[in-house]
Design a protein around this ligand. Structure first.
Ligand code: T3D
Length: 262
């Protein structure tokens, strides 16, 4: 059904593969629509308990497809504010607001919004040969898709500013050392490691995991008293779930829990 992405679901998790390898999986309008539809399906389908995002070919994602942006007369330029509002902002809200873990397997270069999308995911693995580039400054733009939000939170201001202003490339290993991503792994182990994580999350208490990510995502914006209230509300809700009871029973009975995501 999709032409710019591959979307599969199996064994409790879904895999979304950006699939325009000739342009390093850069985003055109069709890809925006298809990614949105795939994430909506992930959100609505209770049997999907984890989302894995990756790219096909040698790149992960090079951000916006710039061939859709070249005009001879600047007065004909696309309204980027509108594009961000209709495409990139909803995408980042959808990933960061999805109440299920999102794993990103960065298989190659992640540039521009491609880097921001990876950083919006919950657990980022990257192949050792992959790299991250805040390409925006090189074409006169700012890091979008949550870049100015997630970069300084992960790296602190000095590194975030240098990367964003210089547009320098950093390797997956450097990104791991700086805490920008979870792990860099050997190229030939990337898909396997990412699948192991997806399979793990597909058997875990999904409602609890969803709240963990939301609370942590919000924690930098809130004062302690607000965050404590959010924790209370989440505990209240989660304390009534089947998975919590199963977790407690399994612990008391010294057996492995069987979580249903409910
Ligand atoms: O516009 C809006 O809606 C606002 C939102 C904007 C968000 C953004 O993402 S702005 C930033 C856009 N992205 C970039 O500026 C990155 C552009 N790409 C690059 O800088 C380089 O391609 C990379 C550093 C990512 C990789 O370099 P390299 O040397 O490994 O590969 P390459 O040869 O440059 O690219 C391979 C092919 O992919 C090439 O096509 P060809 O010559 O084989 O036919 C290249 O043109 C194409 N490609 C790479 N990135 C894009 C692209 N085509 C269209 N758009 C791209 N972003």
């Amino acid at each position: 059904k999709f032409s710019t992405i591959k979307f599969t679901q199996q064994d409790g998790y879904a895999t979304l593969t950006l699939n325009r390898p000739d342009s390093l999986n850069s985003f055109n309008q069709a890809m925006h629509q298809e990614v949105r539809a795939a994430i909506k399906r992930t959100r609505e389908d209770e049997s999907i308990r984890c989302l894995l995002i990756t790219g096909s070919g040698r790149g992960f994602c090079a951000g916006q497809d710039l061939s859709d942006r070249e005009v001879s007369d600047p007065s004909q330029a696309v309204d980027l504010g509108e594009s961000v509002e209709k495409n990139y902002n909803p995408l980042i809200r959808a990933i960061m607001g999805l109440e299920k873990p999102v794993i990103c397997a960065v298989n190659g270069v992640a540039a521009g919004a491609g880097a921001s999308i990876a950083l919006a995911c919950d657990i980022v693995l990257a192949a050792k040969s992959a790299s991250f580039i805040q390409a925006f400054s090189k074409i006169g733009l700012v890091p979008d898709s949550g870049g100015t939000f997630n970069l300084p939170r992960a790296l602190g201001l000095p590194r975030a500013k240098a990367l964003a202003l210089l547009g320098s490339k950093i390797s997956a290993e450097q990104a791991e050392k700086w805490g920008l991503i979870w792990q860099s792994v050997e190229d030939d182990k990337l898909q396997e490691e990412a699948l192991l994580l997806a399979q793990h999350f597909a058997t875990q208490p999904t409602l609890g995991l969803g709240k963990i990510k939301l609370l942590l995502n919000e924690s930098f914006n809130n004062p302690l008293h607000h965050q404590l209230e959010l924790e209370k509300g989440a505990m209240q809700m989660l304390g009534q779930t089947e998975d919590y009871q199963e977790g407690v029973s399994a612990f008391m009975e010294k057996r492995k829990p069987e979580f249903k995501g409910k």
